[in-house]
Design a protein around this ligand. Structure first.
Ligand SMILES: [Zn+2]
Length: 103
């Protein structure tokens, strides 16, 4: 029996859209948010799974980028990149837990 994430990767690769992990979104997210978000723990709004955003699967050959939950494939984050603005949809994230360095 194969891992479902392996199946997703094969399906996406067959469509020509390589599946990366959430670290691939680091550049776009750091441009929008002042802190490193890929280390933030996100609770999926679909299944409640909690994991770092870096653990999500990342699809970047859409009009923007999409991060999907590895547990249920629910879309957690969408970022559309315009020439002078960004649109961020976090409705797929129930809770985002950010570590703030002690001052
Ligand atoms: Zn999920």
């Amino acid at each position: 029996m194969s891992d479902p994430t392996d199946d997703q990767a094969r399906d996406a690769a067959a469509d020509g859209d390589p599946v990366l992990d959430g670290n691939a979104a680091a550049g776009a997210l750091s441009e929008i948010f002042a802190i490193e978000l890929t280390a933030a723990v996100a609770a999926c709004a679909g299944c409640g799974r909690r994991a770092a955003l870096a653990d999500a699967t990342s699809y970047q050959q859409a009009p923007g980028l999409v991060l999907r939950c590895r547990g249920c494939e629910h879309v957690m984050v969408r970022v559309v990149l315009g020439p002078d603005r960004r649109w961020v949809d976090l409705t797929g994230v129930a809770v985002l837990e950010l570590s703030i360095p002690a001052s």
